[in-house]
Design a binder for this molecule. Structure first.
Ligand code: MLT
Length: 256
């Protein structure tokens, strides 16, 4: 594996499988990449501590240490982006480039925070309650074009939502509710930055994306915004070729 691989961090309430298509395309293109699950998802256990994305970031760096990896180019989608921002805030020397996909650097509004804690409480009642709570997310995870014309993609996401584990849903909702705004992390960024967004993403707006790329450009101007047409919040699963192509170019730019 390259000395500086691309690390892919998934969105909520999915797991690393959401990167399957992108990861295969990247590997075919010669881009060394790896994935880590967030606490409670995929093969990762929840962390036995007050939920916090800072703990997730520290855990990622511990995993890199265990793998003998000094630096990575980080790519995080939505919740993965919040986690990537926490890694940069706490371990900037481990990051050779930062790609933020369908995410934002702001903290939650009070209404969003209350809603997360409501869903976390429902998830405390077990897998069935957690899955009922996250099921309706299908209509905001996917873009209008995908929802209208691509039943196979919709079915794949419905399957993932019906497998969402209660422990992960509860822990990660509480961790996301507690996260701070992190725009200043981007203003201090001294490695290349990329912001990518599905044009039909209703959860992370064009304004969110432009705000982040402007902040990233403050330090040395090395920041780019890419908008993927026909995709929504799950750009990586709705438009894997476009996302993999953009990430491959960004990775090469970062590692030289
Ligand atoms: C995600 O896709 O990870 C979620 O939309 C993040 C969030 O709930 O803010």
């Amino acid at each position: 594996m390259s000395a500086t691989p691309l690390l892919l961090l998934h969105g909520f309430p999915l797991d690393s499988r959401m990167w399957d298509d992108v990861s295969d395309l990247l590997a075919d293109d010669g881009v060394a990449n790896l994935r880590l699950d967030a606490p409670g998802f995929g093969i990762a256990p929840v962390i036995d501590a007050e939920p916090s994305l800072d703990l997730v970031a520290d855990g990622i760096v511990a995993s890199l240490d265990a793998l003998g990896i000094d630096r990575v180019v980080l790519a995080g989608l939505s919740m993965g982006g919040y986690i990537a921002l926490a890694v940069v805030a706490r371990h900037a020397s481990r990051v050779a480039g930062l790609a933020l996909l369908d995410t934002k650097a702001s903290a939650d509004t009070e209404a969003a925070r209350v809603n997360r804690l409501r869903i976390a409480s429902l998830a405390d009642d077990g897998d069935t309650s957690a899955r009922e709570a996250v099921g309706p997310m299908i209509s905001t995870l996917l873009g209008a074009s995908t929802l209208r014309t691509r039943p196979d993609v919709v079915a794949r996401h419905r399957d993932w939502l019906t497998e969402a584990p209660a422990a992960g849903v509860a822990w990660c909702q509480r961790a996301m509710a507690a996260r701070p705004a992190r725009l200043e992390v981007l203003e201090d960024l001294s490695v290349p930055g990329l912001v990518l967004r599905g044009a039909e993403d209703e959860l992370c707006t064009q304004d969110d994306a432009e705000t982040m790329v402007r902040a990233m450009a403050e330090h040395d101007g090395d920041a780019e915004l890419v908008v993927v047409p026909g995709a929504g919040h799950m750009s990586a699963t709705e438009a894997p070729e476009a996302v993999a192509g953009t990430l491959a170019g960004f990775w090469r730019h970062c590692v030289g």
